[in-house]
Design a protein around this ligand. Sequence first.
Ligand code: B12
Length: 294
Amino acid sequence: MRSVVTPRQLAEAIGVSESSVKRWVDHGDIEAARTAGGHRRISIQEAGRYLRERSIPLVRPDVLGLADLAAYGGGDSEADDPAACFFDYLRRGAEPEARGLILSQYLEGRSVAEIVDGPLRAALARIGELWTREPSGIFWEHRATQIAMQALARLRLLLKVPADAPVAVGGAPAGDRYVLPSMAVGAVLEGEGVRAVNLGAETPTATLALGVREHDAQLAWLSVSFVATPDRLREDTLGLLSVLAERGTPLVVGGAQSRKLRLPKSDLLYVGGSMAELEALVKGMRLAPRAASA
Ligand code: B12
């Protein structure tokens, strides 16, 4: 994926004239920087935003370095059901197609939360059913996780996060090896214009608290997919909550096994079941931009 594109490249990618793109830039519809020589340069995130908001299809995605979209090409027989199509790609190890499907869902206007709660979650749930019946199930599961991670990482490159965006820090707790759910939280937050610092799997709650301080974060998250000792994780999470409360930082907890913690109601604690809930929560929070550092 290119990081910046010229008006000519964007024009070629969507099949319009270069002068049209230059006009959109000059009207302020597309944000562009100028080179020292005065040439317009458009970030890939800004190009993506424009195409997404106006539902403009790409005819030559390769020109923008988005060849994965061509690999996907709108899917095949199962194209009407992105979850079935994504499952098929994960199951077959079709990595470019899988990345392309996720990018295309986003460029067609779906939010990151819709993509994660939809095709991504559904396809992985189906992959998870295979290991009990098929000898290759665990191989498929590991490969599918890696491919889904690649797809999410690629999607994040298209998300526009302002330089002064508020920061959120989070991860999955100690003992929890699941990488995708926390990574997905990061992508959902970035889709909402929040800079996400994902500490990943196996993050002790004390480390998470340290990360929040270090980044002066306005939000923290904990994604819980596996709990070996619920009482212990509950204690650790309550400890984290009280450290965060001193700075007034809210904590959002979610994930397949988060209910096992039986967390009490608290002003700064949100327990959510889906990425849609997280998205709605962040929209409602109106987190303030960060002050420019001196
Ligand atoms: C990949 C995978 C693994 C991989 C993880 C690899 C990795 N490095 O990440 C590995 C191989 C480690 C693994 C191991 C095991 N797994 Co596993 N695994 C899965 C699988 C296929 C996908 C999980 C995933 O990433 N999903 C994608 C995410 C995005 O979706 P999600 O977790 O559903 O999250 C959604 C919500 O919970 C929410 N959410 C998540 N986080 C957050 C955070 C916040 C803040 C909010 C608001 C919301 C939110 O939004 C998401 C999208 O809707 C699932 C199948 C499934 N149904 O999920 C099985 C599954 C979870 N595993 C299962 C099992 C049994 C195991 C093992 C016990 C197997 C074994 N015998 O060893 C071990 C346990 C290991 C351990 N100690 O943790 C079972 C669990 C059954 C149960 N009810 O408890 C499942 C359901 C498979 C199955 N059908 O049997 N697994």
